[in-house]
Design a protein around this ligand. Structure first.
Ligand code: SAH
Ligand code: SF4
Ligand code: F3S
Length: 465
């Protein structure tokens, strides 16, 4: 009999990737993904610990899950409840204290043992299982080859963990030390994704451009590959039209990566490059290990290689000790660079990180005010970027049905969401779309009547193959 598995995913794209892998691990055991936790046999909350709010959401969701588990028990059924991901890693056994009905707690590096953990918890005695270890052997060595249909745009984790220890951040503690998957393993997984219908792959890592994996045994430059070399190899996979990567660190933008932006048409001209602050004093206190000028220079190198590169970033306002002048430096930097899109957050003290115990915490109302000012500026830049697309014809990779019947939604090379009237048979196609209107978060356009040969990465890729 089919069992039902419900997974709720919080946080970053790496959690999205991990959730898909967890579902794949359970498929051979008869579990099918369910759309809601009601009546599920296994519920997994794949959690995020990055900010206080993100972590608190999990405990509020657990309240709902408890009621559903009790309802299931009244009907004579059993629901196994698992807390996975970064909250699990950070809080460990404390989750059992706060939510005694939870059966499994495990971190991002041990989920390959999920079938065994579920089996243990399913026994009559109902054993609780806690595994927040960092195994010496990477989980990737134990994950079966990917089997699920990936969709048009797929994620592929190439690097995990972080050795940078920014003073505000929990990631080095929740994900562990930096690890890069061997290039051959990544290429094999990418081929499976493309065979399953993916046209676009986003390479994932907490510090994806710190990538330094083993080169394939038969590849050029034996030894280690950096991200630029990996991108070049992946771009040669027939049928793979687009590549992206996230999240990168400004310190790890090496010449090979810049050159890939210049030479590889499949590499999309959009880059998420978090800067956090425009003040050198704050950047130093954050342990970012670069200055605002170095960020400007890095952007200059990238734009020199790919002049139409659109940039996105992350910002933290109200970091301990941030003065009005520091914050102004952030606004100045934003004004100079010009971002197509961005995320900005109030500094959230995280237990166990150095900045949390700094004496000069910024008062909440100041954080609120600064966040509003920064977001107003970033919104305006995003609006201007959208407006500048009106009248242009952009190659759009259609991913799925849009909001209205007869509509599809896809992405432009610059990662803008684009709606256009089109039949479902065009899902997975890259189609020239003339942009007619720009909303704050998406564009609307019409398909060019005649097939035109834009500088289409897909055509180039197929030509080369
Ligand atoms: N590896 C990426 C960021 C991963 S976390 C990098 O180095 O940039 C994603 C974003 O969350 C960060 O870029 C940062 O802007 C934000 N963030 C992380 N910790 C935070 C905290 N304690 N408070 C507020 N925002 C935080
Ligand atoms: Fe966190 Fe800094 Fe590592 Fe990014 S580089 S994951 S912000 S510690
Ligand atoms: Fe959150 Fe962990 Fe990702 S803390 S942002 S889910 S690495």
């Amino acid at each position: 009999m089919t069992k039902h598995l419900f997974i709720k995913t919080y946080g970053c794209q790496m959690n999205v990737y991990d959730s898909a892998r967890m579902a794949e691990l359970m498929t051979p055991l008869g579990y099918a993904l369910a759309a809601s936790p009601e009546g599920a046999d296994l519920v997994i909350l794949n959690t995020c610990h990055i900010r206080d709010k993100a972590a608190e959401k999990v405990f509020s969701e657990l309240g709902t899950i408890r009621r559903l588990k009790e309802a299931r028990a009244r009907q004579g059924g059993r629901m196994i409840v698992a807390v996975a991901g970064c909250v699990a890693q950070a809080e460990g056994a404390e989750i059992f204290e706060r939510a005694p009905f939870v059966d499994l707690v495990f971190g991002p590096q041990t989920y390959h043992n999920l079938p065994e953990m579920v089996a243990r918890a399913s026994r009559a005695a109902g054993e609780r299982v806690l595994d927040t270890s960092f195994p010496a052997e990477p989980k990737f060595d134990f994950l079966p080859p990917t089997t699920t249909a990936p969709g048009v745009s797929a994620f592929l984790t190439v690097q995990e963990g972080c050795d940078k220890f920014c003073t505000f951040c929990v990631v080095p503690y929740t994900r562990g030390a930096e690890y890069s998957r061997p290039a051959a393993e990544i290429i094999a997984e990418a081929r499976l994704l493309v065979a399953g219908g993916a046209r676009e792959i986003t390479l994932l890592g907490q510090n994806v451009n710190a990538y330094h994996g083993h080169a394939p045994p038969d590849g050029p430059n034996g030894g280690e590959w950096r991200l630029g070399e990996l991108i070049r190899a992946l771009a040669r996979i027939p049928g793979l039209a687009r590549l992206r990567y996230t999240t990168s660190h400004p310190r790890d933008v090496d010449d090979g990566l810049v050159a890939a932006h210049r030479d590889v048409p499949e590499l999309m001209p959009f880059l998420h490059l978090p800067v956090q602050s425009g003040s050198d004093r704050v950047l130093a206190a954050m342990n970012r290990r670069h200055t605002a000028d170095q960020y400007r220079q890095t952007v200059g190198r990238l734009r020199g290689a790919r002049p139409d590169l659109a940039l996105s970033s992350d910002f933290i306002v109200g970091f301990p000790g941030e003065s009005a002048a520091d914050f102004q430096a952030t606004l100045d930097l934003v004004g100079e660079i010009g971002f197509a899109q961005a995320f900005s957050f109030k500094y959230s003290p995280r237990p166990g990180t150095p900045a949390a115990s700094a004496g000069d915490q910024v008062p909440e109302p100041v954080k609120t005010e600064r966040l509003a000012a920064l977001q107003a500026l970033l919104r305006e830049q995003q609006r201007a970027f959208g407006q500048s697309s009106i009248g242009r014809t952009l190659p759009v990779l259609f991913e799925k049905p849009g909001r209205h019947p007869g509509q599809l939604v896809g992405r432009s090379p610059y990662s803008q969401s684009v709606h256009a009237e089109a039949g479902a048979e065009r899902i997975g196609d890259i189609v020239p779309v003339t942009i007619l209107d720009a909303q704050p978060n998406s564009l609307a356009g019409a398909i060019e009547p005649e097939p035109r040969s834009l500088a289409e990465p897909r055509l180039l890729a197929e030509h080369r193959a």
